[in-house]
Design a protein around this ligand. Structure first.
Ligand code: PRT
Ligand code: ZN
Length: 298
């Protein structure tokens, strides 16, 4: 391998909620990483990609500085870094793809006895948060004056400790809020993890990114898609194919030894639930098989 081989560098979370899903996505894109536990840098053997393991908060800056051309980070972190970046240094970051995992929402949550009746109820209150940038922009947009207290972790204990009246924090299942006697009052933003890129990629690096993106999109589409096979009576074929969720052009094949039925194969780019299968059966379909799809490439 020559030393001047063009390679891409991607920054991903070293250890946290996004790490396993990001590594899994790379693996499904055919990128094999052999990583020891404390390693901060890893070279993929079968794709010109190097992986840097860092704290998620550092990822936007690394991508902006072209230390890494790519990064995987929650939209919440990206938006927060952008909100704090008054000098516009991060303006060269672009979102290349929404990755669909790490879903959560940034919310205002308050103790049960706090009378919340819209954002105006926050006037003059103290809000504890790790997302001062996003929260400040939200309050400004709503025309509300409130005090913010920065907390880097355990934000949910702030009201009980009398540090703040309410909190602004990430929620996914809501269990943490419930366990701390809080309820969700207002959603400020929805988040999921995204692939970010430096907007100045050109030439061979851009070609590499396009290849990687095609693989990622193929993996992400496959994740949400199913392959359906079934037998359908010819006279109900139109009805049955209409009932297939998110299937554009099914393949229709003859069924050996059976003139009044055909075989239907279709890629459904949506979840296939039991009630869809029951509906298909009620319309006369039989031998219904739903199979997972591993990869897709158009
Ligand atoms: O060390 P490093 O700085 O890299 O990691 P971190 O501690 O800042 O981040 P980490 O690993 O906790 O989260 C990484 C990303 O995962 C976040 O930036 C979000 O994009 C995403 N994510 C998805 C979440 C959650 N869901 C989530 N539930 N991040 C944090 N939480 C926390 C939340 O702050 C609260 O404490 O989980 C608790 C609430 O969870 P529920 O399920 O009880 O509602
Ligand atoms: Zn972090």
């Amino acid at each position: 391998m020559s030393n001047d081989e063009i390679r891409l560098k991607i920054a991903i979370q070293k250890s946290g909620r996004l790490t396993d899903k990001t590594l899994d996505l790379l693996e499904k894109c055919g990128i094999h990483l052999v990583r020891s536990k404390d390693q901060l840098f890893c070279r993929a053997q079968n794709f010109p990609l190097d992986v840097m393991f860092v704290r998620d908060d550092d990822i936007p800056e690394f991508v902006s500085m072209n230390v890494c051309q790519l990064g995987v980070v929650g939209q919440n972190v990206l938006e927060e870094e952008l909100a704090l970046d008054t000098a516009g240094e991060l303006a060269n970051i672009e979102v290349a793809e929404e990755l669909g995992f790490g879903k959560c929402r940034l919310c205002i949550a308050a103790p049960h006895d706090f009378a919340y009746d819209g954002p105006a109820s926050l006037t003059g209150k103290i809000i504890a948060t790790s997302y001062k940038g996003i929260l400040k922009a939200f309050l400004k947009k709503q025309g509300i004056e409130a005090k913010m207290v920065s907390m880097e972790g355990a934000v949910e204990i702030a009201p009980r400790m009398k540090i703040a009246d309410v909190i602004c924090d990430l929620v996914s299942t809501g269990t943490t809020l419930t366990a701390n006697g809080l309820r969700e009052c207002e959603e400020i933003m929805r988040s999921q993890s995204v692939l970010i890129r430096n907007d100045s990629l050109t030439g061979e690096r851009q070609v590499l990114l396009d290849r990687l993106l095609k693989r990622m999109r193929g993996t992400l589409r496959a994740r949400d898609s199913k392959y359906i096979m079934l037998h359908a009576p010819k006279e109900r074929l139109v009805e049955i194919t209409k009932a297939l969720p998110g299937a554009e052009s099914p393949t229709i094949l003859p069924l050996q030894g059976c003139d009044d039925k055909v075989v239907v194969h279709a890629v459904c780019e949506e979840a296939v639930f039991w009630n869809t299968m029951e509906e298909l059966k009620n319309k006369g379909a039989s031998a219904i098989l739903v199979l997972p799809i591993e990869k897709m490439l158009d």
